[in-house]
Ligand binder design. Sequence first.
Ligand code: BGC
Length: 286
Amino acid sequence: MAKTPDPSSLPEVVKPSCEAIKILKGQKALVTGASSGIGEAIALALGKAGADVAVNYIADESTAQGVVEAIRKEGSRAIAVHGDVSKEADVLNVYQQMYKEFGTIDILVNNAGIQRDAPLEKMTLEHWNQVIGVNLTGQFLCAREAVKEFKRRGVRKEVSCAAGKIICMSSVHQMIPWAGHVNYASSKGGIHMLMESIAQEVAPFRIRVNSIAPGAIRTAINKSAWSTPEAYNELMKLVPYKRIGEPEDIAHCAVWLASDYADYITGTTIFIDGGMTLFPGFETGG
Ligand code: BGC
């Protein structure tokens, strides 16, 4: 068991550092919502693994450019592409820009996601629609465009034995109900069936579709849950592994899942949550 942490201060950050291997050399990837958090870490890790990356963003062009520069430093190509994934015209435009620069797509990471939290009786229709629009409709629109290209083009033997890979960012809340967050939990429950149904439909075309379901990961979306010692200790009651996840924990898995190391894996959700889903409702800290 890890040393008992001092509950009055935040514990030291544990960030797994794994050597980058060029297992995605020559592949073209699109990561949505890639200017911060999990999306940023995935875009960078794909770049380090040899993929050329389109970094999609909606609000902050300068941070997206920062991610692009970091990927270029790793020796891969990268571009920043603006677009709101909940809007069909934006998604078509994102793909057009990507094809202009890279010619095709091999890997889609359907990552963009938002939270708009409120108790049910205070949740506005606008907040419901925004969350379903970005988290669920956005994944549908982006997956549809990627599948069109994967089917049109088929396998590029020189880079991968699959015709294409889609990774959907889900959440532990595709299976753990989440009071006060019904829009978010509904969107993630929807992603579960979206991913499995697409996976079943396109598997005969050698297209692989999987989800990653993160638990509590240190990003801006849940800052209030980890930025003070009190909040962090409360959060740890839900995490048997007793540390918060880092964006890199998700990124390492995404690289592997997109690579031919995972070629026989499709229609699966990988939970990356320090054990949170082992015991939904885990409250005593064991
Ligand atoms: C949410 C986070 C939350 C985590 C565990 C994620 O999907 O975005 O805000 O901390 O689930 O509850």
